[in-house]
Design a protein around this ligand. Structure first.
Ligand SMILES: NC(=O)c1ccc[n+]([C@@H]2O[C@H](COP(=O)([O-])OP(=O)(O)OC[C@H]3O[C@@H](n4cnc5c(N)ncnc54)[C@H](O)[C@@H]3O)[C@@H](O)[C@H]2O)c1
Length: 353
């Protein structure tokens, strides 16, 4: 049976979840728009796996469909691909009510969402997430962005989707490193959520989390987004693990996948918080065990001096302070503004040298 998770944003919408939903995407989108045209945005890997099923389903509902396909990977999430996508929308004369449909992971969703947010000052947007990371995190909440050479996600907009169509069967073709990456964001969400969710992950033995866990993660994110759609308060907790994680990701030249970097960042901030007596000492061993089981720990020791420049470029910097999301215990995190001069000692307490 189809599961429906309501997202009570300014423009409310639903995450629809059921195996096999991809083949009904046309009908589900048709129920929400009378438009004649639809633009499908996808990377070349995902489109070759699932593109035909989506376009057939849309055409079956009378949509005229044009696909925009770009090379898979974070390197495509830039202004160049964004401009090509805008020209594609213009060449195909998309109108104000025609939907842009993102079929893919977080890169596709962020890129297509930003084009949908800005072309003609906003087109309807549909997310069909195909990675674990996109299902549990990036497809919900309306953040869209592309990277600049100077840093990640520096240009973007808030643009909530019309709906999110989640078909968990699509995750079956994910390579193991992408499942690991998604587990990084899932574990982060469980730390924010509380004991029940965290224990469910600790006792989960499936390599790919089941629908119950996926839904729980979406509900946790939804609750934070509903409270703070524009990311000024409670939603910032979702950045748990991200300040150090983004620095690791950027320092590696984006070779460390996003969710893996978040996992490493989460372990570092938990270690630092524990060493400073700010965190329940029970969390670090539990987190380490869970990460090890998911293949998310690494032997690599980062140099604090090499990560620091990336922390100084963090877009959350405010008044000479970086707000770090600090875990106190499972289900309890705080935002602590840390002066720039103290960041090096936080990194070292977290395990950097
Ligand atoms: N907007 C948000 O709120 C938000 C939140 C978290 C992360 N993000 C962004 O998400 C991005 C990372 O997303 P991602 O990890 O999904 O990356 P991604 O979109 O690049 O997908 C990862 C890889 O998996 C492949 N792939 C996707 N689905 C597949 C499938 N079903 N089978 C086989 N291969 C498949 C893709 O082709 C790609 O090579 C980052 O840019 C990050 O900044 C955004």
């Amino acid at each position: 049976m189809m599961k429906t998770i309501p997202i009570r944003a300014g423009n409310p919408y639903e995450v629809l979840m059921e195996r096999g939903l991809l083949d009904r995407a046309g009908k589900l989108i048709r129920e929400r728009t009378a438009a004649r045209w639809a633009a499908v945005v996808s990377d070349d890997t995902v489109f070759s796996l699932y593109g035909a099923r989506l376009t057939d389903s849309l055409r079956g509902e009378g949509f005229q469909v044009e696909p925009f396909i770009f090379p898979a990977g974070e390197a495509s999430k830039n202004l160049n691909t964004y401009c090509r996508l805008l020209s594609f929308l213009a060449d195909n004369r998309l109108q104000r009510t025609d939907p842009v449909i993102a079929l893919g992971g977080g890169v596709t969703g962020d890129l297509a969402g930003f084009a949908a947010a800005t072309y003609l000052r906003g087109l309807p947007f549909v997310q069909i997430p195909t990675t674990l990371l996109a299902v549990v995190d990036s497809s919900v909440g309306g953040k869209t962005a592309v990277n600049l050479p100077e840093g990640k996600n520096l240009v973007g907009a808030f643009h909530q989707p019309l709906t999110v169509i989640c078909d968990p069967a699509l995750l079956a073709t994910l390579p193991p490193e992408e499942i690991r990456s998604g587990m990084g964001e899932l574990i982060k969400t469980a730390v924010l959520s509380g004991e029940e969710f965290f224990r469910a992950l600790e006792t989960n033995s499936d390599p790919l989390p089941g629908e119950e866990l996926l839904a729980r993660a979406i509900e946790t994110k939804a609750a934070l987004v509903e409270e703070d759609e524009q990311d000024r308060g409670a939603r910032r907790l979702l950045n748990l693990g991200h300040s150090f994680g983004h620095a690791i990701e950027a320092f590696s030249g984006y070779r460390v996948p996003h969710g893996q970097a978040v996992a490493e960042g989460l372990l570092m901030i938990t270690r630092a918080a524990t060493e400073r007596g700010l965190c329940d000492p029970a969390l670090l061993p539990r987190l380490t065990a869970l990460m090890e089981r998911c293949g998310l720990t690494s032997d690599h020791t980062y140099e604090a001096a090499r990560l620091l420049p990336f922390l100084h470029q963090d877009k959350k910097l405010h008044g000479g302070h970086l707000p770090l999301i600090v875990p106190r215990a499972v289900g309890h995190c705080d935002i602590i503004p840390v002066p720039l001069a103290d960041l090096s000692s936080w990194l070292k307490a977290g395990g950097a040298r």
